[in-house]
Write a protein that binds this ligand. Structure first.
Ligand code: A3P
Length: 285
């Protein structure tokens, strides 16, 4: 199953992507009313899908409890996109992991809103490693040490974290982008949801926010079959290897990184992010 599709210099799971689906994505006619969730994998994609579902349903949990997240906010670049794309109350929620250099030209033709979620790359690397063990459409990650080197080189599936973040943030003048981090969602979910509501022009009452806080907690999402990927058959995700909703914490990298791995990561991070004007409220130490 683990067939790779190479596209614009990055590797993607061929099981989910084809040349046609990728061409379709990069030439997609966005509408001004579209709302795009953009993330590097394992940065809080599913969390943001859930948050937006609750914001647009004014806190009604029924859509989030009856429709799988990949139908509520499907992946633009995947082969299932056309079948799952939904028009919800005049807007469409769309998800993508594609880098800005391939998607921004199509997006710039519209006034679509972009929500970019970033996460401490050390935690992304750990989460991605565990996800590789679960997801049969991704290559065997080997040892954590070997995987971490590939992550730092940008040769993992979906390409370089550094390129992804810097590329999308480089679009801040050209696109209507709301930037938020996983760590900020962790620290103050309600506050982040309020800012999102303002960005999207959605009036939010306290009941909506109460419901959102309850439903989008890690515990609630871990138990929601429409968000926790337990519906995916074992041939695609080996559930005996662990859960998609794994830990949901900030700073788990400290349980995984050796001092040597940490020093290497810091060197690459400092080199790559030297000139990046990025709000990065995460601890690298
Ligand atoms: P961990 O593997 O560190 O637990 P994505 O949706 O981009 O693939 O990201 C998945 C990561 O987000 C996983 O991280 C998952 O546990 C975490 N996550 C999902 N929902 C969450 C929530 N409500 N609160 C905290 N973390 C959440």
């Amino acid at each position: 199953m683990e067939v790779t599709e190479t596209f614009a210099g990055i590797s993607l799971p061929g099981h989910l992507h084809t040349k046609e689906s990728l061409h379709f994505a990069t030439t997609f006619p966005f509408r001004d009313s579209d709302v795009l969730i953009v993330t590097y994998p394992k940065s809080g994609t599913t969390w943001m899908q859930e948050i937006l579902t609750l914001l647009y349903s004014a806190g009604d949990v029924r859509p989030a409890k009856t429709i799988p997240n990949w139908v509520r906010a499907p992946w633009l670049e995947q082969i299932y996109f056309k079948d799952t794309l939904q028009d919800t109350a005049g807007h469409r929620l769309i998800t993508t992991h594609l880098p800005a250099r391939v998607l921004a030209p199509a997006l710039q033709q519209s006034k679509a809103k972009v929500i970019y979620v970033a996460r401490n790359p050390k935690d992304v690397a750990v989460s991605f490693y565990h996800f590789h063990r679960l997801a049969k459409f991704l290559p065997d990650p080997g040892s954590f040490d070997a995987f971490l080197l590939q992550f730092l080189e940008g040769t993992v599936q979906y390409g370089s974290w550094f390129e992804h973040v810097k590329g999308w943030l480089g679009q801040r003048q050209a696109l209507d982008i709301f930037y938020v981090t996983y760590e900020e969602l962790h620290q103050d979910l309600r506050g982040a949801a309020e800012h999102l509501g303002t960005f999207l022009g959605l009036p939010l009452g306290p009941e909506t926010l109460d419901s959102l806080e309850r439903h989008c907690s890690f515990a609630a999402m871990r138990d929601n079959a429409m968000a926790n990927y337990s519906l995916i058959p074992c041939e695609i995700m080996d559930h005996s290897q662990g859960r998609f909703m794994r830990k949901g914490v900030v700073g788990d990298w400290r349980q995984h990184f050796s001092p040597r791995q940490n020093a290497l990561f810091d060197r690459v991070y400092q080199r790559e992010m030297r000139d990046a004007a990025l709000r990065a409220p995460w601890s690298m130490a």
